[in-house]
Design a protein around this ligand. Sequence first.
Ligand SMILES: Cc1ncc(COP(=O)(O)O)c(C=O)c1O
Length: 343
Amino acid sequence: MSELRIAAAKRAMRYLEGLNERGVAPDTAVVARLAELDIPLPDHPSPADATVAQLDSYSAATMAMAGPRFFGFVIGGVLPATLAANWLAGAWDQNSALAGVTPLPAKLEDVALRWLRDVLGLPPETGVGFVTGATVANFTCLAAARHSVLAQAGWDVEADGMFGAPEVAVVVGEEAHPTLFKSLGLAGFGRNRVVRVPVDEQGRMRADVFPNLSGPTIVCLQAGNVNSGAFDPAPEIIPKAKAANAWVHVDGAFGLWAAAAPFKAHLLAGYAGADSWATDAHKYLNTPYDSGLAFVRYLVGSVRLFSSRLRRSISSYDCVDSSMLLGIVTHFSNGCRLQGTPF
Ligand SMILES: Cc1ncc(COP(=O)(O)O)c(C=O)c1O
């Protein structure tokens, strides 16, 4: 069996080493061959090495996202260190719900959290859920927000659900990312019943028309508009929201990493006053794709619930460990330059 894994690793290495030579787009001839996969469920197993070889034969039907010439979206290709750590985590195969049972993942998660808090300038009491991406990070943070604002209104949402619960006002910018609306829908807030604050020409929430708040309220700010790079004006909005006892959530899928770069950290002035922050590790932390971070100032049960600890925390740990702050700043500046991130 170890030959199988070594052969698979060699195939993966060949794939990665070929990224500079091949086209970035999927090879149309290989894409056409994907129809071969449309077969009925076989009665009998296939030899494992044949399955790996077959999968590899389709590898040119991928988009070369792991390589240096893919400039789509706001994502970074996986770093060698984070991919290697991810492979190791796969081999360990830990169900890491309990620190006493699986101490290593628990430790890595704690250290990764401490380092990430430092990198991002988040308050020391902040906890984290290692989730799949920013959509789920937003959802996870919104579930924590829902718990908190309803608990303050005397309602236990996990026990009693949303039917008959006190109404929660949700305030977002007109140009919030489409996936935030998806997360709001999943969290039971609805996509259409939210209050949308008008934005300026950069898609930045306009503080001068920010509504008066009362009752249980969640305000969603955006740190990094995906079209313009603009940041909502936290120094003006967060104090108003806090004065009304609202929960402030930040969608910082890629923009939160600006905190790591001394020349851009000013963009996040005031953001540490929020209650939760969602970001992607697969963006400027360059972990494997399936990796997002849900930071919540006061960790509540729901955050842990969505967190798959080992696989993602070890990639984050390894990236910070192998890059250190200087490396993260470099990934960030290169990313801004090469991808044309408009900050
Ligand atoms: C501002 C913002 N929010 C949320 C997301 C969704 O991220 P993901 O694809 O990791 O779920 C993105 C993706 O680019 C984004 O830019």
